[in-house]
Structure formats: structure tokens, C-alpha cells
Design a protein around this ligand. Structure first.
Ligand code: 5GP
Length: 200
């Protein structure tokens, strides 16, 4: 499980898309949210857009692997898809906040790799949030106010990438993924492989 967290506008979505495009063994965990779709977002691709009542029902039925309130909306990771993908041998990418990352860490520390994406500066973050022109002025202000709180959680992550240059950040996260996959404990069947070579 590869988690990417960052304040909104730091480039996490762009990095996620690039990773998914380049790596067919990596699949995205699509979250459920009670927020309204932004222009260009579609149901089932970017999020499952649900009502507050639907969200509460999913939560009380234990359908979420983790869930959190972010600004005025609820977000949660439906567990079924993630468990199916993991047991099929795929790696799963999560675009979730620090609260969700803490919950996943509590439940599956050894299977989790977490990366925090920082913007190069607050001014650049605001510039990017305004530039994407998808959110109203008051939402941008709320996101900026929340950015400082979100960024305070960077020490809880395994890796930190400062997104000054998007192509460089993408390749840094790809490098993390490659290195983590090579960890001895993650290479299932390695014992048998070496045993076979040694003829033991
Ligand atoms: P946005 O509304 O900009 O798509 O997302 C707002 C924040 O919610 C982002 O930091 C995003 O990573 C986080 N988020 C999205 N889906 C989930 C989820 O399923 N769980 C949690 N904990 N956070 C989420």
C-alpha cells in the first residue's frame, strides 16, 4: 500500500496519475466522498460521490478501511476493492490525508509505505490552488488555512518529497516504489528461488 499525502494543490494528484500510467501493477484506491464533484471529475473514477446518509451507512456497516472528515466533507476508503487488489498481487495507491494514513498505519504497518509531498513554498501552493480554478475563493482560503495543519504531519511519513519540479517529483516517488518493492521481506518466494539455485 503506497500512500501519498499532501496539502491540496501540492501536486499529489498529478504525481498519482503519472505513477498509475507508468505502472500497470499499481492500482488506485477510489475513495468515497460527500463533497460535490469538481469540473472534469467523474463518479467511480476520481471518487464515489455519495450523500452524507450513504456515507454514514457505509461507515456503520464497516465498509471503510479508514475514513476521516476533511474540511466540511467526509472521505473514506472502501475496503472491498483494496483487499481484492492486494490479494491479486497488485500494489494499491492511496491519495488520503494524515488522519487516514494514521489509521492504515495502525492496522497494517508492515504493508504500508507513506510519502508526504510538500509544496516548495506557501505562495506557490496558493498560486497552484488558484490556478486550477476549480474551487471558489472561500474554498481556496479554507484549503490554505488547512495546509499548515496538514503539513505539520510530515514527520509521521516514511518519505518526504518537496515538489519543486513535477517531473523530478514523479521520478522520486517512482524510485521509492521500486526500492520498496525490492525489500527482502516483500520479495515473496525469494527463499525458494535461492534454494533452487543452490541446489539445496
Ligand atoms: P479533495 O477534496 O481535494 O479531493 O481532497 C481533500 C483531501 O482529502 C486530500 O488531502 C485527500 O488526500 C483527502 N482524501 C481523499 N480521499 C480520502 C479518503 O478516502 N480518506 C482520507 N482520510 N482522506 C482522503
Amino acid at each position: 500500500m503506497l500512500v501519498l499525502s499532501s496539502p491540496s494543490g501540492a501536486g499529489k494528484t498529478t504525481i498519482s496519475r503519472a505513477l498509475l500510467k507508468a505502472d500497470t501493477n499499481l492500482v488506485l484506491s477510489v475513495s468515497a466522498t460527500t463533497r460535490s464533484p469538481r469540473p472534469g471529475e467523474s463518479d467511480g473514477m476520481d471518487y464515489y460521490f455519495v450523500s452524507v446518509a450513504q456515507f454514514q451507512r457505509m461507515k456503520s456497516d464497516g465498509e471503510f478501511l479508514e475514513n476521516a472528515r476533511v474540511l466540511d466533507n467526509f472521505y473514506g476508503t472502501p475496503r472491498v476493492h483494496v483487499e481484492k487488489q492486494l490479494s491479486a498481487g497488485h500494489d494499491v495507491l492511496f491519495d488520503i490525508d494524515w488522519q487516514g494514513t494514521q489509521q492504515l498505519r495502525e492496522n497494517a504497518r508492515d504493508d504500508l509505505v507513506s510519502v508526504f509531498i510538500l509544496p516548495p513554498s506557501l505562495a506557490e501552493l496558493e498560486h497552484r490552488l488558484r490556478g486550477r480554478a476549480q474551487d471558489t475563493d472561500s474554498v481556496v482560503r479554507k484549503r490554505m488555512a488547512r495546509a499548515s495543519d496538514e503539513m505539520s504531519h510530515w514527520p509521521e511519513y516514511d518519505y518526504v518529497v518537496v515538489n519543486t519540479d513535477i517531473d523530478n517529483s514523479i521520478s522520486q516517488v517512482q524510485t521509492i516504489l521500486v526500492a520498496e518493492r525490492l525489500k527482502r521481506a516483500r520479495q515473496i518466494g525469494l527463499g525458494e528461488f535461492v534454494k533452487g539455485m543452490r541446489g539445496a
